[in-house]
Design a protein around this ligand. Sequence first.
Ligand SMILES: Nc1ncnc2c1ncn2[C@@H]1O[C@H](COP(=O)(O)OP(=O)(O)O)[C@@H](O)[C@H]1O
Ligand SMILES: CC(=O)OP(=O)(O)O
Ligand SMILES: [Mg+2]
Length: 402
Amino acid sequence: MNIFVVNSGSSSIKYQLFKLPSPDPICSGLIERIGLENSIITHKIFSQAEEQVVKRTLDLPDHEAGLQEVKELLTDPEIGVIQNPEEIQVVGHRVVHGGESFAKTAIINKAVKDEIRKLFPLAPLHNPANFLGIEVAEKIFTQARQVAVFDTAFHQTMPPVAFRYALPETFYTELGIRVYGFHGTSHKYVAEQAAKYLNKSENKIITVHLGNGCSMAAVRNGQSVDTSMGFGPLSGLIMGTRSGDIDPSVVFHLINQLGYDPEQVNMLLNKRSGMLGLTGHSDMRDISKAIAAGDEQAALAYDLYAYRIRKYLGAYATVLNGLDALVFTAGVGENDAKIRELVCRDMDYLGIILDQEKNQSPAKSLREINQAQARVKVLVIPTNEELEIAQQCHALLAGAAV
Ligand SMILES: Nc1ncnc2c1ncn2[C@@H]1O[C@H](COP(=O)(O)OP(=O)(O)O)[C@@H](O)[C@H]1O
Ligand SMILES: CC(=O)OP(=O)(O)O
Ligand SMILES: [Mg+2]
């Protein structure tokens, strides 16, 4: 079954084509700077041992132009991997917010689209772009089943003690105000990899997803029991441009005393805060360079970022009443050894003892970075949200076990 996976962001589209049940992608790509001049498409084709990379710079005014270009690349007479778009049987879409309506992957129809649209205000950076990706894919891959895989779905197993806020009950029952949690596809994927590695069906795992957005999850026996993002993808850890946890009094102060309007507060907390607000950079590689050049603000921000993770680590070890494995994943989690070191420092009371040398290993596959005698495995596991999405689509449509 040919499954094309689309992860649309506000200015980017990531995609991969799989022929399930094989987990190896046929091709993958990233389109950056959609809507700006000089959009960049990086398209990779994997065949046997070799990898071919095609890079094109062109003006792509919108997502439709971006996906049209991908269609051309997929069906190109020379480098194409299929002959026509009808060969794609399924398009799997990452959709960030599914509210309480979707505990599982869903075939997209009008009702599903209406629900995704209703959730725009709760995930303003994500759901509108995801929706656009669906609409464009429907036009291009007209024969394919369109399927939505929700970031929130994995966290629907959380108990009420983890998902309820201390607000009057009707705010939950009538207005749906509760913790939803995000990055579920990634937390699920790496927690399953870790459980296989531990070779223990009963297990307690904390997963730490550190990308542009950052979140943690406490996972017991494969089920999410708590997570750091909440009603929207803004609470919890410090992120590239998002503040993470902040006292809501700050919002009232900004509005009532400093004259901000609600949209300005929204922009501030979502787009101008986090590491960007603290240092002027949202990319951890730039922050590391600034620290090396003696920038004290950058050094403080880096410490703040790790400190927040440590607080959640303590909380989740308590929630789980112990810990078998701590998993780092996504761009920062997989690549930034120093962050992992700061997070794991002085955690021997929890059974976490890092092996400095193993922590420095640049390997790109699952690796164990704790000292041999440590009670808790510390693992770096590359996430693969696209493969997880493809496998969930396959399970839904072919009845395959995942
Ligand atoms: N070698 C690296 N060292 C430190 N951070 C890195 C490295 N490579 C990528 N990153 C970080 O990963 C982030 C992107 O992570 P990713 O998981 O791809 O995020 P997203 O899927 O949210 O776009 C970048 O902003 C950057 O901070
Ligand atoms: C939900 C979320 O924060 O996603 P991302 O990390 O892709 O921005
Ligand atoms: Mg991501």
